[in-house]
Design a protein around this ligand. Structure first.
Ligand code: ADP
Ligand code: MG
Ligand code: ZN
Length: 476
């Protein structure tokens, strides 16, 4: 049996978070009662005149700029003709020959060093409505609220070779569109979803194998599982002397299998032609320059900078830049306190508490300024690191400033020599056997004594002073 190599190309649909839909002024919102957020354009009425939303063009261009694309300063909308009940006009308004962005790339690292994944094109298009097939009353319904929602489709080159590379690419793209603020990133609502085209070929062969297309997989984990399943399925077929049918397949996450849905349409089946209702989308030099200038620092660049600031390993740095809100939080706190220590509090207790409460960092009770203050009062010796960890959940819950909180609760660290001296003496007197063993060479017992003194002082003794005094008195 030959050894196979997988070849994967992705079509990612990103819903743009514009205020209104792509070709009408209906609000671009989710969750209304069926068919209440529609107009004659959404409903594809004859004679309705769709007019393109400038904000959507702006957002699409930002995605292209952030993914190293060429921006076509004149791009063209085309009709993609097909019949489906959730598309009453009988055509989707998309882009074909001249999309708004082309020839880009993204750099990913799936653990084997950096690799560039080509982006063939990014085009704008409107979403269709939704058919709802009710089992309860054995009817089908059509809800057009989603019709006309603005999407960009980001089409990659068939450059990925494993599900791990696919996940790295998707995560990178996801963080870019959410950093740009052009997509809310809600994957449950389908606002970032992908079709994965998968083929295999004997390793070393240049020609691409026949692909299947896995439709609308909407979590990183499921994409990886669906692709791995599909690679195994295709390998089995070829090993048995069979051939792959070019088709669209659906992934069933519960059963972890893919199943054939329909044969693949070819582009000519859609009879693309320029939409006569639409003028070319023209972007002037001035506008393009202004959009370039407004690009924020992107996750890859930010990660690099954060790694230099903190000297953290890459995987931990990646957590800090996962969302723009998180990166902003870290950055603001790190301006006022030791960055590495700030990062450690975020990666440890802060994320733990957020996870437990199910809240995003934007709703974190502790402000970046408060986190910086906490780091600084530990550094300055007002409280021990242990106390800081102990009070962390309360600080988050109460949204309190650490210094005031510590003072109000009487938790300030004791650096009073007299008090510590007394506690050390007490502990030494109470543990003669351990003292004997320590003097006999079991110096590891120091941590035992430390623990006892800390308990004696309710965790408030200055640990540096305690260990110094212990060593002196025990003769270490
Ligand atoms: P469509 O799905 O509309 O027919 P394309 O033919 O442009 O669109 O291809 C869509 C995606 O399929 C692209 O991401 C491309 O990289 C990928 N692709 C094309 N051929 C193959 C192949 N043989 N194996 C894997 N991916 C492929
Ligand atoms: Mg496709
Ligand atoms: Zn409308």
């Amino acid at each position: 049996m030959p050894e196979y190599e997988a070849v994967i190309g992705l079509e990612v649909h990103v819903q743009l978070s514009t205020k209104s839909k792509l070709f009408c002024s209906c609000p671009n919102t989710f969750g209304q009662p069926p068919n209440t957020n529609t107009c004659e354009v959404c409903a594809g009425m004859p004679g309705a005149l769709p007019r393109v939303n400038a904000e959507a063009v702006h957002y699409a261009a930002l995605v292209g700029l952030a993914t190293n694309c060429t921006i076509n300063q004149s791009s063209v909308f085309a009709r993609k003709n097909y019949f489906y009940p959730d598309l009453p006009s009988g055509y989707q308004i998309s882009q074909f020959d001249l999309p708004i962005c082309e020839h880009g790339w993204l750099e990913i690292d799936a653990g084997q060093g950096p690799k560039k994944i080509g982006i063939t094109r990014i085009h704008m298009e409107n979403d269709a409505g939704k058919n709802i097939h009710s089992q309860a009353d054995n009817r089908s319904y059509c809800d057009l609220n989603r019709a006309g929602t603005p999407l960009v489709e980001i089409v990659s080159e068939p450059d990925m070779r494993s599900s791990a590379e696919v996940v790295a690419y998707l995560k990178s793209l996801y963080s870019i569109v959410t950093y740009l603020g052009v997509c809310d990133g809600n994957m449950e609502e389908g606002n970032f979803r992908c079709d994965a085209n998968v083929s295999i070929r004997p390793r070393g062969q240049k020609e691409l194998g026949t692909r299947t297309e896995l439709k609308n997989v909407n979590s990183f984990r499921n994409v990886a599982r669906a692709i791995d399943y599909e690679i195994a399925r295709q390998s089995d077929i070829l090993d048995d002397g069979g051939s792959i049918r070019q088709e669209t397949r659906l992934y069933d996450a519960d059963k972890n299998v893919t199943a054939g849905m329909r044969g693949k349409e070819e582009a000519h089946d859609y009879r693309y032609f320029p939409d006569p209702d639409q003028l070319p989308v023209v972007i002037s030099d001035e506008t393009l320059a202004a959009w370039k200038a407004e690009l924020p620092e992107l996750p890859a660049a930010r990660l690099k900078r954060f790694l230099e600031m903190t000297k953290l390993p890459v995987e931990e740095g990646e957590v800090l830049v996962e969302s723009r809100a998180m990166a902003d939080f870290f950055e603001e706190a790190a301006r006022k306190a030791n960055p590495r220590k700030v990062a450690n509090y975020i990666l440890g207790p802060l994320l733990r508490e957020l996870k437990a409460s199910g809240k995003p960092v934007a709703e974190c009770g502790l402000s970046p300024a408060a986190l910086a203050e906490l780091v600084n009062i530990v550094d300055g010796g007002l409280i021990s690191a242990k106390i800081a960890n102990d009070i962390f959940p309360d600080l988050m819950k109460e949204g309190a400033m650490p210094k005031a909180y510590v003072e109000a609760k009487g938790l300030a660290q004791v650096s009073d020599t007299g008090v510590i001296d007394q506690a050390v003496d007490k502990v030494i007197a109470a543990n003669p056997a351990e003292v004997e063993a320590y003097k006999g060479g079991k110096t590891k017992l120091l941590s035992f004594f430390m623990g006892q003194v800390m308990r004696e002082t309710k965790g408030k003794a200055n640990p540096g002073m305690v260990s110094g005094l212990l060593k002196k008195k025990l003769g270490g």
